[in-house]
Design a protein around this ligand. Structure first.
Ligand SMILES: [Fe+2]
Ligand SMILES: [Fe+2]
Length: 198
């Protein structure tokens, strides 16, 4: 990999990520944990002064994003099959759509990890711990929708921070993350809509 071209990144302070807008009160502790973890990795990146080290940080963040997507696939699929009740059918169908889109995100991230010379971590061991979002089975439609919304909000915060961290240094990874971020925002919006109709 080319290292010479990246010397200009040394003088730049990557630790400039602004806090995203305050999250909804019910979700503050989860988001705070995510932010702390993401920031910790970013600081690891800031003390390194060459491309390879920076790439290692990007790979670490991407593997956490991969784990997050995989957990989201599992949670949405569980909810798809377990959704019951008179309103369940369209919501269960939407969970399946989301599950498939999270799988596409996982695949894009895995492909990018390989492009950057890394290895995608698909190990089930430690998957939940690597993931930013949680696998919550949830009881009933409303709780399922709410848990999925929490997970989407966590993903949105994570991707936004990654995009801010990567900045101009890796436009391809940034574009991939931005495109995924926009889909997560759509997911969150749809889930919020479902809740408001109940
Ligand atoms: Fe996703
Ligand atoms: Fe999503």
């Amino acid at each position: 990999m080319d290292t010479a071209a990246k010397d200009d990144t040394v003088s730049r302070n990557p630790n400039t990520s602004n806090q995203a807008g305050a999250a909804g009160k019910g979700f503050l502790s989860d988001v705070a944990t995510i932010r702390a973890r993401a920031r910790k990795h970013i600081e690891d990146g800031a003390v390194t002064q060459n491309y390879d080290a920076d790439r290692a940080t990007v790979l670490k963040l991407l593997n956490e994003a991969l784990a997050t997507e995989l957990v989201c696939v599992l949670r949405y699929r569980r909810h798809h099959f377990m959704a019951k009740g008179i309103h369940a059918e369209p919501i269960a169908a939407e969970f399946k759509v989301h599950a498939d889109e999270e799988q596409q995100h996982a695949d894009r991230i895995a492909a990018r990890i390989v492009q950057l010379g890394g290895e995608p971590d698909f190990s089930p061991e430690g998957l939940a711990a690597r993931s930013h979002s949680e696998y919550v089975e949830a009881d009933g439609l409303i709780e399922m929708i709410r848990e999925n919304l929490v997970a989407e909000r966590i993903a949105i915060e994570s991707y936004r921070e990654m995009v801010q961290y990567i900045g101009e240094r890796d436009p391809t990874t940034r574009r991939i993350l931005e495109e995924i971020l926009s889909v997560e925002e759509e997911h969150a919006d749809e889930l919020a809509d479902m809740l408001s109709k109940e």
